[in-house]
Design a protein around this ligand. Structure first.
Ligand code: NAD
Length: 508
């Protein structure tokens, strides 16, 4: 569907951001700061902000503030997170506007991202009264054996461009209730959004009588991420981004015996079985593959369809993609906004060329609105029918490209689904209970997320989020992910008058 495109100017974007920041009460943007803010909506810079701290200064302050923050009772730490949740509710609209400007998201998804921050704050507040340890039966008389969880230390959080605030909040809300100060290095695509969220977190701390340096932000690219990774003052580095980034960062953290939580690239698939409800499946596939312009770590990239329904489903998905409104998220009420950079578009075009050379047939994928927004990258999402799972299909291309392959037996479909280096999200569309259970069981999907009758993207915060293999193995957000932000202490207390040794050892 070709729709009218209404371009934005940098002046318009600057004014929208300035108004939002004013209502947020956050230091204004200007034109003479040293951190450049760009928008994928135009593909151009729209303002600058002053750089904040250096990573070194932030580490010093975080280490200092930890010495008092760790002794604040966890439920009181939870009050800071509750206040943050209140401030996020109050400023939901303005933060969503900043997310739109810096990540190019459509309104509904930008609002959803801010709501996700609010959800995780609510979750963490409850958690602040439930950081339970264990009491374990001791083999020795009048001995008490316990495991307790203690604050770990300052946490460095490195985030990707595509969830410019939600991923920080998954880490920050949990780290704060766990007693850890947070130093955040956001993507260099989203300094303004990050600056606003961090300012709200600092305000929340101040409102609760807590040193605001429990939350700090440092700007910069890979070099700043590297310096946080190598700094022993951060016992934990939580890093979200490409597998390439994780491959560089993880050994640096490990070489100093730090811990990392890695949330890296995905290459997510959906299996469509003969019994699938195709109406529901087409809708789910379209959102999962084309939503967020294919720029979610959990975006659907591979469709593995039973040969009996492959033609019908592929035709329907191609028609659905052709009807998607692509456009300026600030004006056109689209379902698909821009790619983050021209480089991202070039990688998409290159992937489509390779897929064609591998025998794939491509529908969609064209560049759009190049005349009206020459520096931006709007594209029509692409469907590619592939004869086999070639190397390009096994590679994460961070754009709306959906490869379609066919299968005959479920074993073959599961082998294709698992036959990639990444292991983040997966799903099966089936009304056959045996297939659904097989897929989510031990010999089914090898991913961290395995869904039935919904697409692989759009996780709730209640479950632990993350993936296996080259996705990095980290878990964040809900369930017991909080344990990664604390250190475990096992304590044995002898309240007898004897000194019995474990395992019956005698040493008289
Ligand atoms: P990216 O890897 O280019 O950058 C991510 C962050 O890492 C940025 O803040 C960047 O400055 C920093 N960085 C880059 N190299 C570094 C290094 N050597 N040392 C330390 N820090 C470094 O990723 P991106 O383009 O911003 O985001 C897209 C990628 O992120 C995709 O691969 C996507 O799948 C992945 N992602 C994964 C998840 C997840 O939860 N698994 C979530 C969101 C995004």
């Amino acid at each position: 569907m070709v729709t009218a495109f209404n371009p934005s100017s940098s002046a318009e974007i600057r004014s929208l951001a300035a108004d939002a920041l004013e209502r947020l009460g956050v230091a204004a943007i200007g034109t003479d700061g040293d951190v450049e803010a760009r928008s994928p909506i135009t593909g151009l810079p729209y303002a600058t902000i002053p750089s904040s701290l250096t990573a070194e200064d932030a580490a010093i302050r975080a280490a200092e503030v930890f010495t008092t923050w760790r002794d604040v009772p966890a439920p009181r730490r939870g009050e800071v997170v509750r206040r943050l949740g209140e401030l996020l509710r109050l400023h939901l609209d303005d933060l969503a506007t900043l997310v739109q400007i810096e990540a190019g998201k459509i309104r509904s998804e930008a609002l959803g991202e801010v709501r996700e921050m609010i959800d995780v704050c609510d979750f963490a507040v409850g958690l602040s009264r439930q950081l339970h340890g264990l009491t374990i039966a001791s083999e020795r008389p009048r001995h008490r054996l316990t495991e307790t969880w203690h604050p770990m230390g300052p946490i460095a959080v490195v985030t990707a461009f595509n969830f410019p605030v939600a991923v920080w909040s998954w880490n920050a809300a949990l780290a704060l209730v766990c007693g850890d100060p947070v130093v955040w290095k956001p993507s260099d695509h989203s300094p303004v959004t990050a600056s606003a969220c961090n300012a709200l977190a600092r305000r929340a701390a101040t409102d609760c009588g807590i040193d605001p340096d429990v939350c700090q932000v440092v700007f910069g690219g890979a070099e700043v991420g590297r310096s946080l990774a190598s700094d022993p003052r951060f016992p934990l580095v939580s890093a979200t981004g490409s597998t390439r980034m994780g491959r560089e960062l993880a050994p640096v953290v490990a070489s100093r015996f730090g811990r990392s939580i890695l949330e890296l690239g995905g290459n997510n698939a959906a299996i469509v079985a003969p019994s699938a409800d195709l109406d529901m499946t087409v809708r789910a596939i379209t959102f999962a593959a084309a939503g967020t312009a294919g720029q979610r770590c959990t975006s659907l990239r591979r469709l593995i369809v039973h040969e009996s329904v492959a033609d019908e489903l592929s035709d329907r998905v191609e028609r659905a993609f052709a009807r998607l409104r692509v456009g300026n998220p600030l004006h056109d009420d689209p379902l698909v906004g821009p790619l983050i950079t021209q480089e991202a578009r070039r990688l998409m075009e290159n992937a489509l060329d390779v897929a064609r050379a591998d025998g794939g047939s491509v529908v969609g994928g064209e560049r759009m609105f190049a005349d009206q927004a020459p520096e931006a990258s709007y594209v029509r999402p692409a469907v590619v029918r592939m004869p086999a799972q070639t190397e390009i299909v096994r590679t994460e291309t961070f754009a709306p490209v959906l490869y379609v392959m066919t299968y005959r037996e479920l074993d073959e479909a599961i082998a294709l689904q698992n036959g990639v280096p990444q292991g983040l999200a997966s799903s099966i569309f089936t009304t056959d209970l045996r297939e659904a259970e097989r897929f989510t069981g031990p010999s089914g999907s090898d991913c961290g997320i395995a869904n039935v009758n919904i697409g692989p993207s759009g996780a709730e915060i209640g479950g632990a989020f993350g993936g296996e293999k080259e996705t990095g193995g980290g878990r964040e957000s809900g369930s017991d992910s909080w344990k990664a932000y604390m250190r475990r202490s096992t304590a044995t207390v002898n309240y007898s008058n004897e000194l019995p040794l474990a395992q019956g050892v005698v040493f008289e």
